[in-house]
Design a protein around this ligand. Structure first.
Ligand code: ADP
Ligand code: ZN
Ligand code: MG
Length: 492
């Protein structure tokens, strides 16, 4: 985008996000929802296969998850909700219709606060509703002919659809929105929301309008993005494409476009004139639902502390920097682990615990992959809490503490056990240090001479010798004082 065009138009972006809920069973039948590594068509029954005469039953866990999402995002929860049939023919739609929600969804309005390069913004939501996922079509080409395979395992899985207001203006905002939304879903433990695994799918609606104009421009809907990065690139491409069209005096046609990852471009799929009429009507096989105020309050009480609140609290309560607090509140389990470790090490050592988590522990996790969490390792919050306590009580030196952590990652042993079994305890015993110090003086006449000639730095060399002899376990202060005492005494 050139600066000239950038000043002419304002981009307007609204997102439609589908999130797979991690319930035990499917949306309207008892089939196991965890079909991911299963044989195709192994997690199916008469209901999710769409056999005639089969009756759906509402999955309460899915409804609860949707209400939790709505409460976490500040939505209004209307007292009545119902399911509707959305009719359209497609080979991945087993019944010829999808059970969804039309005019009475579970959640209305709402807002999510996002951080865009250090600036806080609010993104308003239109609604959140619940529906069932479709089957999966796998398109194949064997070199002779093309054909499609149908895997019904996904059909009937609970899918939450969240629609934002046309409230964003840059691709970066859309990126931050999706990231924050995923984080909230994971905090609530209702969804994994992995875009690359199809657990979170996003359509982006993009339009431009002359700056200062109230009325929205004609929008284009972009589909097929399977990462945060591709959503951002698709929107950037679309803004540039529409800018060029408007500059050339062309009309934007309302259409659906597909994002092509290989080229970073969007291509026309169908224009809105061909858009289907879904002939929505209330699902006759399901009762409308009344959401009692007590239900809502009970769920509200179950909400965990959310990432934004935790980010603020970690700074105010423990004196962490914004960067530290952000890392430590990134995932709910890592944040919990941090606080558990602080509980063991003592609140006065919270900063030190944070340093371990964001430093050496993070380094270990990085070697395991970008998404690795503490729970993927043999190390627990207790390990880190005890390690910090040991180091703070001078039981081990700083260098030894790092060594202990390495062993803990390898074996899962607790710090005390590691220290005892390997004799890593810091030596503060003056007699033991004295003996080694005298040996070091005797063995290094050059350093002694340098020291006596006024080179204070020479003592550092001698401390190093003592440390080496004692395998890094000598208390450095005691060693330095002992050496000085001997050297100065001999001079005088
Ligand atoms: P449709 O009827 O095409 O489904 P909706 O009004 O339901 O459109 O909105 C779908 C999504 O598109 C929402 O996220 C909304 O915020 C967004 N949207 C609506 N109008 C515009 C626009 N002019 N520009 C950008 N996004 C828009
Ligand atoms: Zn089923
Ligand atoms: Mg719509």
């Amino acid at each position: 985008m050139t600066t000239q065009t950038a000043t002419k138009y304002e981009a307007v972006i609204g997102l439609e996000v589908h999130i797979q809920l991690n319930t035990h069973s499917k949306m309207f039948c008892g089939c196991d929802r965890q079909y991911f590594d299963a044989e195709p068509n192994s997690h199916v029954c008469a209901v999710c296969l769409g056999m005639p005469g089969m009756l759906p039953v509402i999955n309460q866990e899915a409804v609860t998850s949707t209400l939790l999402a709505g409460l976490a995002l500040g939505c209004d929860i209307p007292a009545y909700a119902k399911f509707d049939r959305k009719n359209y023919p497609y080979p991945d739609l087993m019944k010829g219709y999808q059970i969804s929600q039309f005019d009475q969804p579970f959640c209305l309005n709402g807002v999510l606060e996002i951080d865009v390069e250090g600036e806080r913004r609010l993104v308003h939501l239109e609604r959140i509703h619940l529906e069932e996922d479709t089957a999966r079509l796998l398109h194949r080409d064997n070199g002779i002919e093309t054909y499609s395979l149908l895997d019904v395992n996904r059909a009937g899985s609970p899918l939450m659809e969240l629609v934002t207001k046309p409230d964003m203006h840059t691709a970066l905002e859309a990126h931050a929105f999706l990231r924050t939304l995923r984080q909230v879903m994971r905090y609530l433990r209702i969804a994994d929301a992995d875009m690359d695994k199809g657990g979170m799918r996003c359509d982006a609606n993009v339009s431009l309008r002359p700056i200062g104009q109230e009325e929205l421009g004609r929008k284009v809907e972009v589909k097929n993005m399977n990462s945060f990065r591709s959503v951002q690139r698709a929107i950037e491409f679309e803004i540039e494409r529409q800018t060029k069209m408007l500059d050339a005096g062309e009309r934007i046609v309302q259409e659906t476009r597909g994002y092509v990852d290989a080229t970073g471009e969007t291509v026309s799929q169908r224009s809105k004139e061909e858009a289907s009429d879904y002939r929505y009507f209330p699902e006759p096989d399901l009762p409308p639902l009344h959401i009692a105020p007590e239900t809502i309050e009970a769920l509200r009480a179950k909400l965990p502390e959310l990432p934004a609140a935790r980010l603020d609290r970690f700074q105010s309560q423990y004196g962490l920097s914004a960067a530290e607090a952000r890392i430590l509140s990134d995932s709910r389990s890592d944040g919990d682990a941090f606080e558990e470790a602080v509980g063991i090490a003592g609140a006065e050592h919270a900063k030190t615990v944070a340093h371990w988590f964001t430093g050496d522990v993070a380094k270990h996790l990085n070697t395991l992959g970008a998404e690795a969490e503490l729970s993927d390792t043999k190390v627990t919050a207790r390990h880190i809490g005890e390690l910090v306590r040991l180091a703070a009580s001078n039981a081990v030196t700083a260098a030894t503490a790092k060594e202990v952590l390495d062993v803990a990652f390898e074996t899962g042993e607790l710090p005390e056990a590691i220290v005892d079994a390997r004799g890593l305890r810091q030596v503060t015993d003056a007699g033991a240090i004295d003996e080694v110090a005298q040996k070091a003086i005797a063995a290094n006449p050059k350093a002694v001479e340098d020291y006596r000639a006024g080179k204070q730095a020479a003592i550092g060399f001698l401390v190093g010798q003592v440390m080496r002899e004692m395998k890094g376990r000598a208390d450095a202060n005691t060693a330095t004082e002992t050496l000085r005492r001997h050297l100065d005494a001999a001079t005088g």
